[in-house]
Design a protein around this ligand. Structure first.
Ligand SMILES: NC(=O)CC[C@H](N)C(=O)O
Length: 395
């Protein structure tokens, strides 16, 4: 999403002394800073993430497609970038907005400076932004669309930039999952993609799981494999017959970007068919939202999404509170849950629905990220719950 120059007609404006980057919001407001990564321009929904660690996982989480990430933690980049901590080969986020200048990396695993890593992926970023002011604005008025421009010459075509920022489409109605899904069915290779993560792999996996890839994070597939599953990954567009032809013991519905309702023409009816089979099903985030739609509930765009690694959630089954990793801007409407579907988890930040289960069936899902990459490990028990369901269902 970058072009070679930020200047395309209109009056070139020199930013404040030394400014080589700017964030231009759809309402025309401008935040100045210093350019990082690729030179050019990038647009998307401007969101904030409150995690203190894991910026590389966040930037490569496919669920961030279409979004520019403001990190509220001021020191981002000081452990550099490495080839192991990515959640997908290609970053899906559109860019990043940081507070402090990025220092030289200080970590034995660092292979690259964050600046070089961003540039190598054609990602535009900016530092020196007042991220606190921006976060308060997002919190008070919702996530705006915006453009981040990196212009080393310090010249900005504010007229053109404002017009392009105002014309950016919102995430509502956008089907982004197909764009980040795998092209072909393949087997998850735990040995290949587990370097440096300390996750185990079982020589003889006990279960076969088909994972429907709406933009799956690697650590979810890694977590399934380390819980004894052989995982076959199928594209988001896989049909009911495609999925069942693999004779799975269970089906996993992955996370992913965009508006869940926009998958209504393909994924939702497939999941409805999967629920009818009675096989164990586990959904995470977009997978949870698609399951809810398949069950007859509805989803909505949240005023303020959840993005961070410290979100408290109550598990109504055990009464326990777990600290969770989250990344979503849509939610499942509580009032729309049909009879026979139980809300199993609730956010203790804003009271929104965080999990559901189908009464009498081994079918459940959570809105948050139990694989926690990055984040706390409290919710790993959900992978064991899925395995328990598959154990009970095995003939
Ligand atoms: N992490 C995810 O799967 C995100 C789900 C969905 N795209 C949302 O923003 O709500």
């Amino acid at each position: 999403m970058t072009s070679s120059s930020s200047f395309s007609g209109g009056d070139p404006t020199l930013g404040p002394a030394g400014a080589t980057a700017a964030l231009i919001l759809a309402d025309g407001s401008v935040l100045w800073g210093h350019g990082l990564g690729a030179v050019g321009e990038t647009g998307g929904e401007v969101v904030f993430n409150t995690g203190m660690t894991g910026y590389q996982e966040v930037m490569t989480d496919p669920s961030y497609a279409g979004q520019i990430i403001t990190f509220t933690f001021p020191h981002i980049g000081n452990v550099g970038a490495n080839p192991e901590d990515v959640e997908a080969i290609t970053p899906a986020a559109r860019g990043c907005i940081l507070r402090a200048p990025v220092t030289d990396p200080s970590n034995w695993r660092a292979a690259q400076h964050l600046h070089a890593w961003l540039a190598s992926h054609d990602l535009v970023g900016m530092t020196g932004a007042d991220t606190r002011q921006l976060t308060r604005r997002i919190r008070d008025r919702g996530a705006p669309n915006g453009l981040v421009v990196h212009a080393p010459d310090g010249l900005f075509d504010l007229v053109g930039l404002r017009a392009r920022a105002a014309a950016l489409p919102g995430l509502e109605g956008q089907d982004l999952a197909k764009g980040v899904s795998c092209a072909q069915t393949h087997a998850w290779d735990q040995t290949r993609w587990t370097l440096g993560h300390g996750y185990g792999t079982l020589d003889t996996p006990a279960f076969h799981v088909v994972a429907v890839d709406f933009g799956a994070k690697r650590n979810i597939l890694r977590s399934l494999a380390s819980h004894g599953c052989r995982v076959t990954v199928v594209p988001a567009s896989a049909s009911l017959d495609d999925i069942l032809s693999h004779d799975p013991d269970g089906i996993f519905l992955s996370n992913g970007p965009g508006d869940p309702a926009a998958t209504g023409t393909y994924a939702v009816p497939v999941v409805r068919g999967l629920v009818e089979t009675g096989k164990p099903i586990f959904g995470i985030c977009l997978g949870h939202q698609i399951l809810a739609l398949a069950l007859g509930a509805s989803t909505y765009k949240m005023d303020i999404g959840h993005r961070g690694a410290n979100h408290p959630v109550k598990d109504h089954t055990t009464g326990k509170v777990e600290i969770t990793s989250q990344n979503h801007g849509f939610g499942v409407a509580r009032d729309s849950l049909p009879p026979g579907v139980t809300e199993t988890h609730t956010s203790l930040f804003d009271g929104t629905v965080e999990g559901l289960a189908v009464d009498g069936k081994p079918v459940f899902s959570v809105q948050y990220h139990p694989e926690a990459s990055p984040g706390p490990q409290d919710s790993q028990y959900l992978f064991a719950r899925f395995v328990d369901h598959m154990t009970a269902a095995k003939p």
